[in-house]
Design a protein around this ligand. Structure first.
Ligand code: FEO
Length: 167
């Protein structure tokens, strides 16, 4: 049976992952309206990944005899000024997520819950990847500036992102 403090913290993390999923879905709709299908695809894949993260935690909590509590998820933002603004918001989301995974890990450490520590290791590694991939896109968008040919090149590139199971 999992400690109740960890149960509450994992439930919070499930909500955070689902919120991220919903926010990325909102970003995907923004790109779709802007006719940037590749960007929209990338954000849709990102949204799907966050849902998978939530499900990993949900399944783990259930396996440990915890009770899953599904809290409210606010409506996502869909109005942005440009792709750079969207990806900066995405980076903020990931930085915040890294912070909360770290906090969760520290709680598991404090409570000597080795199984939870082990489960969270995957998330720690994943956060490094997620922050890096978004930082790379921000760096490209910075270089592209107002160059529409560059933007369309990146749009093509991001359109090739596949779901994790397919990749
Ligand atoms: Fe589930 Fe992007 O962290």
């Amino acid at each position: 049976m999992i400690h109740e403090e960890l149960e509450a913290a994992i439930n919070e993390q499930i909500n955070q992952e689902l919120t991220a999923s919903y926010n990325y879905l909102g970003m995907s709709t923004y790109f779709d309206v802007e006719n940037l299908d590749g960007f929209a695809n990338w954000m849709m894949m990102q949204s799907d990944e966050e849902k998978v993260h939530a499900m990993r935690l949900l399944q783990y909590l259930q396996d440990r005899g915890g009770k899953v509590v599904l809290n409210t998820i606010p409506s996502p933002e869909t109005g942005y000024s440009n792709p750079l603004q969207v990806f900066k918001k995405a980076l903020d989301t990931e930085i915040e997520n890294t912070r909360s995974i770290n906090k969760l890990y520290e709680l598991a450490l404090k409570l000597n819950d080795h199984a939870t520590k082990s489960h969270l290791q995957w998330f720690l590694d994943e956060q490094v990847e997620e922050e890096k991939s978004i930082e790379d896109i921000i760096a490209l968008l910075d270089r592209i500036g107002d160059d529409s040919a560059g933007l369309l090149y990146l749009n093509d590139k991001l359109g090739s992102r596949k779901a994790e199971a397919e990749a």
